[in-house]
Design a protein around this ligand. Structure first.
Ligand code: HEC
Ligand code: HEC
Length: 241
């Protein structure tokens, strides 16, 4: 009886590496290589995962001071349970054993119609790997809007993906040390554009008079500020002479 319980406890403690592989693809692959190796040059992608020491602690509580490695455990406001983290560790341990369960392939919707430039099917696969971890499988977000915000079909994918953002979205473009080529980014944009397309376009049509009005108003303010700034600069330049 004692031996049986010991086996059960051990099995629980060791975790399920196959489930861990699925969790890894969903949550970690955007920044870490398939086996915890550096993925690209920028600091967001160049960490190496040590599966033997400190793994569960780093995943649960995040790495202090890191803009990118935030806490993943529910205890720290993240999306993963203790059992999830245990299964992730079980997957990470297989990197040394050589018997590594395959990471599940991204699921690509069948009926994607191109909207403008780029290939939405290629983009869907890239989106699943690099973006869904924070923005959800179809841009609906994943809870905490500061960390996992929703993005819509008309979001500025090019700018955000090239440069990253201050709240911890890494810069994904190769020119900025990330893993994605310009073609990859165009394909991701093509996929994002396919979401909820009719209603998104309808909304634009309904809102455009107001939207254009606001834009012109903002441009007006921008012009006043720019002219004002130039005048001030000229004055201060004169006063220095
Ligand atoms: C947004 C990018 C990003 C995501 C997503 C991410 N990490 Fe990290 N991770 C990093 C960075 C960057 C570091 C290095 C932090 C530092 O040292 O400043 C790091 C560090 C770590 C470390 C500690 C490094 C070590 O010495 O072992 C572990 C473990 C780790 N990550 C595991 C994971 C796991 C597991 C997931 C998925 C649940 C994950 N990370 C998701 C970017 C990320
Ligand atoms: C580690 C989490 C994370 C990952 C991974 C991530 N993002 Fe973001 N993203 C964010 C956060 C947080 C914001 C909001 C940033 C802010 O307000 O500073 C954001 C903002 C954006 C925006 C601007 C929002 C808007 O409506 O205009 C777009 C577009 C975007 N992300 C697209 C992507 C794409 C495409 C990918 C994959 C290549 C990606 N993100 C990967 C966290 C992430």
């Amino acid at each position: 009886m004692g031996a049986l319980w010991a086996t059960v406890a051990l099995a629980q403690d060791e975790g399920d590496p196959v489930r861990g592989a699925a969790l890894y693809a969903e949550n970690c692959l955007a920044c870490h290589g398939p086996q915890g190796e550096p993925l690209a040059a920028h600091e967001a992608f160049s960490a190496e995962i040590h599966y033997d020491t400190g793994f569960a602690e780093a995943v649960a509580a995040g790495v202090e001071g890191s803009l990118y490695m935030k806490p993943w455990s529910e205890a720290y406001g993240g999306p993963l349970s203790e059992a999830d983290i245990n299964d992730l560790r079980a997957y990470a341990r297989t990197w040394a054993s050589g018997e590594i369960p395959p990471l599940p392939a991204p699921e690509i919707p069948a009926d994607l119609e191109p909207v403008g430039r780029g290939d939405p099917a290629l983009g869907a696969a890239l989106y699943q790997t690099y973006c869904a971890v924070c923005h959800g499988p179809e841009g609906q977000g994943r809870g905490d809007p500061d960390r996992f915000p929703p993005i819509g079909a008309h979001a500025d994918v090019l700018t955000a993906t090239r440069r990253g953002t201050e709240k911890g979205m890494p810069p994904f473009a190769q020119v900025n040390g990330g893993p994605l080529s310009e073609t990859d980014i165009t394909n991701i944009m093509a996929y994002v554009r396919t979401w909820d397309r009719p209603s998104a376009l309808q909304k634009v049509a309904e809102n455009s008079p107001k939207g254009v009005g606001l834009l012109i108003w903002l441009m007006g303010i921008g012009a006043v500020v720019t002219v004002g700034g130039v005048v001030m600069m000229n004055r201060s330049a004169e006063s220095k002479e």
